[in-house]
Write a protein that binds this ligand. Structure first.
Ligand code: P6P
Length: 333
């Protein structure tokens, strides 16, 4: 097989050997995410035709009710996971509480749970800016055969089995880790296959891109203000560039390729920051560390934080390790 054109499906099979006790469930789980990604991609790419298709809450020219795209994405990923009876539970930014999968063949015997943000940055769709899906996979901690419980979802990020994102950008990519490095796959829309385009992705150790919403500057902690001023200082050895798309997955993806840091800090307006620990920060942190970067809340490792609530928020500093450490040094002052 020409290694240059390995598909995501072939890659999953080739790498199943990493999971010595794998019964193929994780492979089937990633494959169901792959299918859902293609379906959502198709819809997201048509979003620009809203006047023909009808905006959310209206009916389109076929008289179909239009759903908000993030609700639509949530339904697509949920049904892909439930119909294949691979997981025993799901948590989502679009669901107030976690979902216990009943299923026909007693899904309580499945060992994996999925937490996801089905369409992060969805408010950008109306202005044709790229958006993303973020997912995080754990083994359940409660006994097989019983309905999942909240404690299955409140595990530290360090317990993740796999994590990834889909970025619906100029091209659609699926990037994931199962604990053995980070690999990126680009969708060929002509044939509907994801091809390995970015093998073994590595965060550059340093970089010159910083991504933060400076509009909140007045509300930031002093350490963040000082770090921003450091990046903007005149010294010739600091050629920093400020890039902020407003879609974390897009900013993160660019920074992982070029080198950079993404910061969504706490502020007087948002004391815990904005990003959610379970299905945004933990999966992004897992990918960051697997790619040789660093992900903290400005002080402690994101993946060491013990969750207490399904939708809790945490500040996040993630990206090139030297840039995160520099930002942390200002947070210590
Ligand atoms: P703000 C999108 O809503 C999101 O969760 C991230 O994808 C993005 O980086 C951030 O929030 C943007 O938030 O407050 O800067 O508009």
């Amino acid at each position: 097989m020409n290694k240059k054109h390995i598909t995501l499906g072939e890659f999953i099979i080739d790498n199943q050997k990493h999971f010595k006790y794998s019964s193929g469930e994780l492979s089937r789980l990633i494959n169901s995410i792959r299918l859902a990604a293609k379906i959502v991609n198709h819809k997201v790419n048509k979003a620009g035709l809203v006047d023909i298709l009808g905006a959310a809450g209206e009916t389109n020219i076929q008289g179909e009710d239009q759903q908000k795209l993030d609700i639509y994405a949530n339904e697509v990923f949920k049904s892909a996971l439930i119909n294949r009876e691979i997981v025993c539970g799901i948590a989502s930014e679009e669901e107030d509480d976690f979902i216990i999968i009943q299923g026909k063949n007693n899904a309580h015997n499945n060992k994996y749970i999925v937490l996801m943000d089905p369409l992060d940055g969805s408010s950008n769709i109306d202005v044709n800016v790229s958006v993303g899906t973020i997912f995080s996979i754990y083994r359940r901690v409660t006994p097989l055969g019983m309905p999942v419980k909240k404690e299955d979802f409140l595990q530290k990020g360090s317990e993740q089995v796999a994590a990834g994102y889909i970025v619906y950008g100029t091209s659609t990519m699926l990037v994931y880790t199962a604990g053995h490095g980070v690999n990126g796959f680009t969708l060929n829309p002509a044939i509907g296959s994801f091809y390995l385009s970015h093998p073994n992705m590595q965060f550059p150790k340093t970089g010159n891109i910083f991504s933060i919403n400076e509009g909140n500057y007045a509300h930031f902690p002093q350490g963040v203000k000082n770090y921003i001023k450091y990046c903007q200082a005149e010294e010739e050895d600091r050629p920093y560039t400020f890039r902020y798309i407003g879609s974390m997955v897009s900013d993160f993806h660019r920074n992982m390729i070029r080198g950079g840091i993404y910061i969504y800090p706490s502020s007087s307006k948002a004391p815990k920051g904005k990003l959610r620990l379970l299905y945004e920060c933990n999966p992004i942190a897992f990918i960051t560390e697997q790619a040789g970067g660093k992900a903290t809340d400005g002080h402690q490792r994101i993946m060491d934080i013990q969750p207490t609530e399904l939708h809790e928020r945490v500040p996040i500093f993630c990206g090139s390790i030297k840039m995160v450490e520099k930002a942390e040094s200002f947070m210590k002052e």
